[in-house]
Every structure is written in structure tokens, then in C-alpha cells.
Ligand binder design. Structure first.
Ligand code: IPE
Ligand code: IPE
Ligand code: MG
Length: 250
């Protein structure tokens, strides 16, 4: 029987789950939220961004250790120049407006994805926010921006080859170390707002045994009450990781 070790090998089958250690959220529905109100898509993104602070605070209060937010996918570049530029500007404003306060609250900020295609001032803001918060020991808040699960795996494989890792030494734990999520456990719970039942290239490798929670509520309306509901639903899930229910295990 293969040995179980590291974050890539989940714990033994359990009964109901506790508070998730890592919650990842696909923050979708900003555009539809805006459309319903006769606003521009960018106004929807702005409203959505204001929600990040609420959910980060609620996650920290609830005992969640890692919160990962999908903010811009490698496919989102296909949107209009106006929307793409607006999203870059909004992220820059959030970092500038929130990093200090988040740092005071003990949050460690992290970026997942490619940084090289972002405008240089945004790259600098991300790097500075990560440096500012690197020794913090509270919630680890990762923002996936220009992130794609396939891009991440490809990037990892290229570096593994470049490093000359011999095939017989390549195992799941080693591959994990080459992913953008190095050091972060797999998400226990993946929440998607806006109602679509798909991953849209989010955390493809890491989602192997994640629980899913999809709500029709659009991201700007996803408040603390909705977040706590998702945690409650998760706590009633039975995770088996390919094993049997405890009652069947004998
Ligand atoms: C999610 O909201 C944010 C990003 C993908 C950047 P959308 O912009 O996808 O909103 P909908 O899906 O059009 O409502
Ligand atoms: C997923 O939403 C990406 C983010 C929330 C950043 P999309 O709106 O891009 O996903 P699809 O196109 O509906 O699959
Ligand atoms: Mg969408």
C-alpha cells in the first residue's frame, strides 16, 4: 500500500469535516450583477473587489487559515481592452488601499500565477505587498491573477526538466513544490459564486479531492452570511478520499 505523506496525500477517510483549512473562491458574477443594475461591467468588478475585505475578515474569524481568490484567469485576457485594463487598475488600487491594513491584521499576501505579463507598476505593487507581509502569521490570502491551472502545470514541468530532476525522483510532493501554490495545502473547499458549475482552469491539480459549493449569488452580493453558509455545508460533507464510509470500513 503506498505510503501517505505530505499535503498531496489526504488524511484518512473521516466522518464529517471540520472548518476547512483552505477555502478557494471563484469570484464570478460581477458582470451580471452590474448588468442587472444598469451599471458597467467595471462597476461590477469594483463592487466585487470591495467584498474581498469582508470575506477575508470572515475567513480569519472562522478559523480558515488559507483563503485563495480567483480574480483573473489566463483566459480573461480575451475580454475587451477596457475591461482588462480596468481590472488591472482595480487590483492595483486594492493593493495600495488595503495592504497595510491587512498586514496590521496579520494577513500574509500572496500572488498565484504569472506576474510577467502584468503592467510593471502592478508587478511592483504585488512584490511590495508580498514583501511587506511575508513574516505575518495570520490568514494566508492568495490572489490568483493571470492564473491558469494548465499554465501552472506546464510552468512546473518546464522547471522540473530545466532542473534535471530524474524521472524516478519525480513524485507528487516534488511536483507540488514546483506549483505556484508551493507551501499551501490543497483547497478543502472550492466556492463558486454566480452559479456556473465548472472550474474554469482554477487549481486543476490541487482540486483533486476538494469539496465544491456553488451558489447563484453573484460575487458582489456574497456576504458574510453566505460565506458562513458555505462553511456549514462543508462541515456536513463526508470526505472519503477514495476510501469507505467509516460504517462500511468494518
Ligand atoms: C468574475 O466576474 C470576475 C472575472 C472573471 C474577472 P465576471 O466578469 O466573469 O462576471 P460575469 O460572469 O460576466 O457575470
Ligand atoms: C472564472 O470566471 C475566472 C474568475 C472568476 C477570475 P469566468 O467568468 O472567466 O469563467 P467562465 O468563462 O464563465 O468559465
Ligand atoms: Mg464570469
Amino acid at each position: 500500500m503506498p505510503e501517505r505523506k505530505g499535503s498531496d496525500n489526504p488524511a484518512a477517510p473521516s466522518t464529517t469535516a471540520d472548518t476547512p483549512v483552505h477555502v478557494a473562491i471563484i469570484m464570478d458574477g460581477n458582470g451580471r450583477w452590474a448588468e442587472d443594475r444598469g451599471l458597467s461591467r467595471l462597476e461590477g468588478h469594483r463592487a466585487g473587489t470591495q467584498n474581498i475585505r469582508t470575506i477575508a475578515q470572515s475567513a480569519a474569524k472562522s478559523g480558515v487559515k488559507y483563503l485563495t481568490l480567483f480574480a483573473f484567469s489566463t483566459e480573461n485576457w480575451s475580454r475587451s481592452d477596457n475591461e482588462v485594463t480596468g481590472l488591472m487598475d482595480i487590483l492595483g488600487e486594492v493593493i495600495e488601499g488595503e495592504a497595510e491594513e491587512m498586514s496590521d491584521a496579520g494577513v500574509r499576501l500572496n500572488h498565484l500565477g504569472r506576474i510577467d505579463r502584468l503592467p510593471p507598476p502592478l508587478q511592483e505593487a504585488i512584490t511590495a505587498a508580498m514583501a511587506l507581509t511575508q513574516d505575518n502569521t495570520g490568514l494566508v490570502l492568495s490572489v490568483a491573477f493571470d492564473y491558469g491551472g494548465r499554465d501552472e502545470i506546464l510552468h512546473a514541468v518546464k522547471r522540473i526538466i530545466a532542473d534535471g530532476v530524474p524521472p524516478e525522483q519525480l513524485d507528487e510532493a516534488t511536483l507540488n513544490r514546483y506549483l505556484y501554490t508551493d507551501g499551501i495545502p490543497d483547497p478543502d473547499l472550492i466556492v463558486r459564486t454566480g452559479g456556473e458549475m465548472r472550474l474554469s482552469n482554477f487549481l486543476l491539480w490541487q482540486a483533486a479531492y476538494s469539496e465544491h459549493f456553488v451558489t447563484d449569488v453573484r460575487w458582489p452580493d456574497f456576504d458574510e452570511g453566505e460565506f458562513l453558509k458555505a462553511l456549514d455545508v462543508y462541515r456536513n460533507r463526508q470526505r472519503r478520499f477514495g476510501g469507505l464510509r467509516p460504517s462500511e470500513a468494518g
